[in-house]
Design a protein around this ligand. Sequence first.
Ligand SMILES: [Zn+2]
Ligand SMILES: [Zn+2]
Length: 91
Amino acid sequence: MLQALLELLYPPACVACARVLPGAASFCETCDTALERLPPVRCRGCSEPGRFPGDTCPRCRAAPPPFTRAWAPFVHEGPVARAIHRFKYAM
Ligand SMILES: [Zn+2]
Ligand SMILES: [Zn+2]
């Protein structure tokens, strides 16, 4: 019941452009194609394209970026609580 409710309020959408997707996928076709065009080898720290020893470019090796560990793609403040709230007032 809760799962169905969440699917109703949060249909599967592309994580890059928020386009609603027909099925369970992370990216729409457009973004998926764009992703494939990115260089497959890049720095783990700053995404600088190139081949580096240990996947870390000299810049990041000298000074690791502070956001490496703070990166959080899915920040939701109580999505379930919000869904229930919206459900109550929509009915
Ligand atoms: Zn997309
Ligand atoms: Zn780097």
